[in-house]
Design a protein around this ligand. Sequence first.
Ligand code: PLP
Length: 419
Amino acid sequence: MNISKSQKLYSQALQFMPGGVNSPVRAFKNVGKTPLFIEKAKGSRIYDADGNEYIDYVCSWGPNILGHAYPEVIEAVKKSCDKGLTFGACHKGEVELAQIIQKNIPSMEMLRLVNSGTEAVMSAVRAARGFTGRDKIVKFEGCYHGHSDGLLVKAGSGLLTNSIPDSAGVPEGFTENTLLAKYNNIDSVAELFEKYGSDIACVIVEPCAANMGVIPPKKGFLKFLRDITCQYNSLLIFDEVITGFRLSLGGAQKYYGIIPDMTALGKIVGGGMPLAAYGGKKEIMECVAPSGSVYQAGTLSGNPIAVSAGLATLKILQNNPDIYNELERKSYLIESAATDSGLNVNRVGSLLTVFFNNAEIQNYDNAKQSDTKKYAEFFGYLLENGIYTAPSQFEAMFVSAAHTDKDIAYTCDIIHNFK
Ligand code: PLP
């Protein structure tokens, strides 16, 4: 495969951007390769600067559930551009988008539009703290909630001790109120509540984890989180940045039938543009400025172009509910091809991860034991065969509505032949 143009662009990029990229996982470091520079994308395909074509299962890390450059979404964006790029003032699209989100995710009684998943989660946590008047939060090892200071903690020095930040530049004081529990382990949560219960503002969780590879919640896990947060008057926040509008129109909360107090959305809600949202019960959201005293603002929040892309995407999903059955069918075929070949797969709906690890993967400790060298081999093999997947073991494969039966059959064949 000729990737000389990508290689040249990468060497230039290295001079100007840390690691040559604008977001770390794009650097292909975990798979020991040169990142591809993408020229264009359409439907299920992406094309690199050298003209190579790939079936894309990254889908921009989730937003492109309809595939790339879906005609009605592009049309909506073009029309919106003609009216101006940003107003810094209220507009009708914001109201329409809020209405369609609220209709499909009724627990978001009120919501606010922001620009990224990081911002949505950070703001939701602030609102939870403001509403409860408490400082501590519980998060789970291996769950990613964006790169705000207080949430950059995955592995700490133990459950009941203060958390150690994962990143340089985050003072320990910024994470001392972040308590760590183990995903799918109710005892680890119960212990934290026994010790700190009346100080815990919220539990934040990916209702189906997808940032340590895909790890579904065990039966009863989310219900337990719902019950214990109610018992201690803490809030339950679902980070549905990945799962929102992906596992179902109503997100993971509809899929699993557990209703949180607050929800963070990103990715699909912006239809491929920088837009995210957080919201929840009215009495909580009314704490946010200017109604209340929790400050949160944004120059480009509710940007009309981003809103038009989100709105068009959500309308298409809403008008074509069969998309979710189709995603399930196609994703199941990929899962089956992998399991038939002896690979270990976790899948929920159109999110899946092939783990190079023989154990059942239920939490971060299990996921970390995976053979990342073998994953890199798998990644390289798929890429050589025109299939673009996440350049890291600890990410999801995203199936989109644009993947044709032919794409899926080809992908299954290639996976079957992996040695
Ligand atoms: N929450 C989850 C579950 C995510 O997967 C991500 C990003 O992948 C974020 C939050 C942060 O979103 P963003 O990258 O838009 O800031």
